[in-house]
Design a protein around this ligand. Structure first.
Ligand code: AMP
Ligand code: ZN
Length: 114
């Protein structure tokens, strides 16, 4: 039986709505549907990658690019100067619920210390 389609792949393909914060050939960024901070943006690769831990050396450039885009988005949304956090939840213990690699960009307010 077919696997249910990944929701973030559906967003990449425009089949599900999202706010367009940033977009290029390799990734897109959009607001989290359930924000936990004033700024809560997700940066995701267009390519379906399930886990950070499955990335190999050939993904180094893409992973670096995602981090740069996270910084660009923070700048764009005016939270760069006061500070922000970039997080990847990997696997069950970290609470990963969407199995398509994504970076959370959190800011716009004082964040709880880790
Ligand atoms: P996690 O897998 O725990 O790192 O986080 C997945 C994040 O995706 C959560 O913060 C959700 O609120 C968010 N999310 C799930 N579905 C959507 C959607 N359709 N649009 C935007 N954000 C979403
Ligand atoms: Zn996907």
């Amino acid at each position: 039986m077919d696997q249910p389609k990944c929701i973030f792949c559906s967003i990449v393909e425009g089949e599900l709505p999202s706010t367009n914060i940033y977009s290029d050939d390799h990734c897109i960024a959009f607001n989290d549907i359930n924000p936990v901070a004033n700024v809560h943006v997700l940066v995701i690769p267009r390519e379906h990658i399930t886990y950070l831990t499955e990335t190999t050396k050939r993904y180094e450039k893409l992973l670096g690019h995602l981090m740069r885009v996270a910084a660009k988005v923070a700048e764009q949304l005016g939270t760069a100067e006061d500070g922000y956090r970039v997080t990847v939840n990997q696997g069950v213990n970290a609470g990963q619920i969407v199995d398509h690699l994504h970076l959370h960009v959190l800011g716009g307010e004082q964040l709880n210390s880790l």
